[in-house]
Design a protein around this ligand. Sequence first.
Ligand SMILES: [Zn+2]
Length: 359
Amino acid sequence: METTALLRQLSEAVGPPGYEAPVAELIERLWRPYVDELRRDPLGNLIARRRGSGAEPRPVLLLAAHMDEIALLVSGYAEAYGHGYLRIEPIGGIDRRVLLGQRVWVHPRDGEPLPGLIATPPPHILSQSERKKVPPWDHLFIDPGLPIEQLEARVRIGDPITFRADYLELKNRRVAGKAFDNRVSVAVVTLALAALLERTHAWDIVAVATVQEEVGLYGATTAAYGVAPTAAVALDGTFARQHDVGEDEAVALDGGPAIGVGPNFHPYLVDRLKEVAEHHEIAHQIEAIPRGSGTDAWAIQVSREGIPTALLSVPMRYMHQPVELLSLRDVERAARLLTEFIADLRADERPVWEDEHGS
Ligand SMILES: [Zn+2]
């Protein structure tokens, strides 16, 4: 499967937190050829199992990649000269600075998506002080081009809104688009599942496209409880170096996937990931995260009695903007590392603490 075509489909799919059904349908189609079972849990997580070759009961590795994307919600209507506008609020950590002039899709519960614009008055008409400020939420509106009565008939309060951002291929195998956080990880898991068709692996692999990460890691919370895995790898994007970002705040773009190190991650799994990357000469980097990572790994680690968890991240610039940028080479390296890590897990192997002996 071509990485760029896969990422394009995933990026352009729709899936705000709590409204993930469209992207879940796409991922279900992508994963079906590679897995033995597929189901949705009551929260909406898409859960796929690929059985291992070891004797039952087999250990289970959970792979968690969130499929939701930051978005907006219709919170009300406004009218000016008979023309209809939608009031908006953010779902997840939207950066208000990037909203002005954006094109969006409004997704009515029934009916076709409506194109719209994020509308503010032109600079000529604003006062000096207004021109310098990012407008607050109650001064940001969506203009879908309809009279107020028609708008009220078609769009309901609570309907979600997503960025209308085409996938863009830049030079040097770099690409930009919306929702790379975290559809890039869904792409990595898809590529790994496809590669595992040709391989044997002892452990069961349960791949989960989680919901509602952007509003509180909720999908990973219920999936970790429901799947009750032996160990887990969460996958996400992380900050890549760029202008105005310090070296210690971010990892290198094109430096390979980042393996998280810190209290959120089990040292045994961290060491195994490093060992596999070194053995197979896969470019990778170590990312020190001295606190909760804010990713699905954080929720999974403290589920049940504690689940040994690792984090694999793809370097990404301009996170939470409709122009998130990454290197396709990093995506492919992450998929290779994940595939080799899974194929390398022995049937009798379990993550242990350094002071545990042979149990
Ligand atoms: Zn995010």
